[in-house]
Write a protein that binds this ligand. Sequence first.
Ligand code: GLC
Length: 567
Amino acid sequence: MKWWQKAVFYQIYPRSFADGNGDGIGDLAGMISRLDYLKDLGVDAIWLSPHYPSPQVDCGYDVADYTAVAPEYGTLDEFRCFLDGLHERGMYLILDLVLNHTSDQHPWFIESRSSKTNPKRDWYVWHPGQKHGPPNNWLSAFGGSAWEFDETTGEYYYHYFFKEQPDLNWHHPDVRNAMWDSVRFWLDMGVDGFRLDAVGTIFEDPSLPDHKAGVTQDDLYRMDRLAQTAAEHARVARLWEEMYQPQHDQPGIHELMQELRSVVDEYPDRVLVGETDDLTYYGDGDNELHMVFNFPLMRTRRLTADWVRKNQEERLAGIPSKGWQCNPLGNHDCGRIISEFGDGQHDEEIARLNLAILLTMKGTPFLYNGEEIGMTNASIENPSDFRDPLSSQAYEMEIRLMGAPPEQAAVYASQRGRDKTRTPMQWENAPYGGFCPANVKPWLPVNDNYQHGVNVHDQLQDPNSLWWYYQRILEVRRENPALREGEYEAVVFQDDHILAYRRVSPEQACLILLNPTAEIRFLDLKHSGFAYRIVYSHHPLDVMDSITLQPWDVVILDESGFQRDSC
Ligand code: GLC
């Protein structure tokens, strides 16, 4: 088994993780000072969101130099120190690789836009447009036309995301070579792989057909806001799909990913993780991406038994035999797990149960910094504090399209944008959660609940805290090979609200019993033929023939080598 199949990944959002130099912005010095924290928590690998120089229009996903470190995050030497510090502790590091686009401040684009004859002109997607406007009706997924008119040369350039993120022209061999050189730069340094940003958007339909959705983005926003029934939500999703269909997952992408795979395979034991849930990116299981995210798992309000069972059956059946899935419940683009999956009453119990699901399912789990202390969606109600342009955009649309009064628009926008999930890590019960000095304003407001136990320091003092639960379940996973490596087998009890499955490896077999409901549930193990050893249980438990599962309960049993005499 490869290291990345056994590992638990932890995503660090560098701007918000730890501020080492006291300027209100997270940095490498901060990350270096928290290396032991990461080791103590028990994660094995870090996915670092972009750490490259960037104008920060899209919080680092607008890269201005692929082979350097953002000055506000530190130096290349500090980066090496972080990497070495992880390796010395037996951990791994993967970087975010943004292939689809660069920043409009990247020297490649500055050259490209300077004249039609510049050698880098065709590194980006330029078009003279039609008589009175852009080449077609394509839209940016982040709002407005996908074509931006550029005065200097009188042509349009294409951008799937913000206009400050021009798309690279991946048909151009020089683009490939330049990017592969950047990839080798980090691999030569010892970086263990990459998370590939927005891979689906790399190619567009070359015949530039208009989209046929028949609605505007404003219409879609309104429909989305007013949708109530499942059918209405499904219609919004279908229209969204139609609107962007010619702009993603186009022919050529798999060949490109295979080319990148062969670059990465020049180095032993590196990994590529695609930001897509499309199983075709596994190729034959051995020639394209090592892992793609199981995003469908998290597209629900509740991880019920039925939901998880169906998800596992569908995903595992679709992955080629040599492929290996990875499972997320959250990241920097969506809401905080505890807020998104909670019911407002049992949020922490549900968070504990969900972690147990994630860490016992087949596949590599991905965690997001701050979830280990139960950081919640922050409410940032002053629009001047928004940093994600999508928050500001939602504010404007709420007022213009929904007629909302500004205060109400701000509350809503703060939940629709992504700032809510990117606020600084809460290290202690001190001003700004101890993220930065009391006299410095952090780059994003800190969630006030650091004063009420949602901070690392307080939770370390309390053996019953969520932090210690994370630490414990991570340890359980580490110590039980079946949980990391075993095959998945669904187990269905008469009460099918109970989520149960076995994980079976050559050395060990575990039975996982989870109660994703607020009711007590009973189950009968009489006919299983095993006498179990308890690996983990929330509550003291006597494993006889029957088990009582408390609400949100987690029980992990080892059945290896304990055949009952009677069988
Ligand atoms: C990915 C990133 C997101 C970013 C977008 C454009 O989806 O996760 O944060 O805005 O790509 O780079």
